[in-house]
Design a protein around this ligand. Sequence first.
Ligand code: GUN
Length: 312
Amino acid sequence: MHRSYRKPSNDTIAEEYVTAHIIDGAKIAEDIRNQVKREAAALKAKSGITPGLATVLVGDNPASHAYVRSKRKTTADLGLESFGYEMPKETTQAEVVALVRRLSADPKVHGILVQLPLPAHISEEAVLGEVALDKDVDGFNPINIGKLGMKNRSPTFAPCTPAGVIELLERTGTPLEGANAVVLGRSNIVGLPLSLLLLGRNATVTVCHSRTRDIAPLTRAADILVAAIGRTRFVTAHMVKPGAVVIDVGINEIADASKKSGKRLVGDVDFDAVKEVAGAITPVPGGVGPMTIAMLMRNTIRAAEIATAKCT
Ligand code: GUN
């Protein structure tokens, strides 16, 4: 449960806030990974099945390679099978589609992740539409995204970073029903699916984006503020309602001469200033970041359980 802000006690003390509860995404993600590890061992003991995740990476985007390396390492660390497919950037759409179709039919593969972005000549929609719905552990098959947005429908899986944000909110006891939730950013990977997940939990959702006029009055009305726009320290203290829960999805590199690498990571939120106003806040790093892979692992074990139930 996060601490709420303390109201000014009298007129002479204009502003007296309790520093925000820092939401420890690294610890929550570790708990989820440990749970997945136990469930994978139990599934193996019970049915002899090792959950398998196939990753498909096309091209030479260094960030994508780093993400996929990290996903594959965690997969193996938790006792799941990792099947890695790397294809050169010249690969045709037909070749990627053929691979994804093959993986969709392969009984050893329970989850399929196509790392995005794909090279510009390949249609993401065409490739993601080939991921079997029961193996769509990234939640990006257009059918699963469509179900995410519709009343009384449930996707087999929800996208991992948005699902990780919801998990952090729920684990910190943040009420979602009736809450004013403001999402900064409308990307296919985070902002859009997250706004649908929040709506599905009966929050009142406002999505702000690059064409939104006068953002601060909107963010100041937010009980829950999620920043996913990729702009360093965009959210300042005066944009935040006292006591709000602030979730920072941004991962931005800035120069830092005090670091051996000469750089460090910061989010979309001015953490030091906003933590003095917010009720709870995620740090960067160590907030939302570790949750993405944890949710991917959880989705993969669920996919293996679905496949096992179908066989028995
Ligand atoms: N690229 C950036 N984030 C993601 C993600 O969560 N899944 C996939 N497939 N690609 C990404």
